[in-house]
Design a protein around this ligand. Structure first.
Ligand code: HEC
Length: 115
């Protein structure tokens, strides 16, 4: 193999490795919400997921202005991390950064889209 081919192969290997290492660090908040939250909270956060109906109180409606204005980010963070009534704790499954991303996503589900 010529020297330049070796160099190209080396660069390609490094790129492949970098990609392989980056992939698990990317947090797909939409997929996480769909997989871990939507069954109770509903796809759009209206509190209407199929498993949510069994709880009293039901999951709140993230799409309502009233709800969005009633909670600070800190309160949402604490409920997701530690649980809240029937709401399960997620701190064993989600890192602090992941929970922060989920809180931002809940704001996006609100009427203002988080702005
Ligand atoms: C097994 C059903 C279930 C799952 C799964 C679930 N929740 Fe909940 N969640 C609830 C219920 C029920 C409540 C209402 C609890 C109450 O008011 O006592 C709730 C409440 C909440 C609240 C409101 C707390 C407050 O202070 O108003 C937030 C925020 C929340 N959940 C976020 C999430 C997120 C994010 C996920 C996924 C990572 C999730 N939940 C997964 C059932 C669930």
């Amino acid at each position: 193999m010529s020297r330049s081919l070796v160099a190209v192969a080396g660069v390609a290997a490094v790129l492949t490795l970098t990609t392989a290492f980056d992939a698990p660090l990317q947090f797909d908040v939409e997929a996480e919400y769909a997989g871990k939250c939507a069954m109770c909270h509903g796809e759009k956060g209206a509190g209407d997921g199929p498993a949510g109906a069994a709880f009293n109180p039901n999951p709140p409606d993230f799409s309502s202005t009233e709800y969005q204005e009633s909670r600070t980010d800190e309160e949402l963070t604490a409920s997701i991390a530690d649980g809240n009534g029937a709401m399960p704790a997620f701190k064993a499954q989600l890192s602090d950064d992941a929970i922060a991303a989920v809180v931002a996503y809940i704001r996006e589900l609100g009427p203002t889209g988080g702005r």
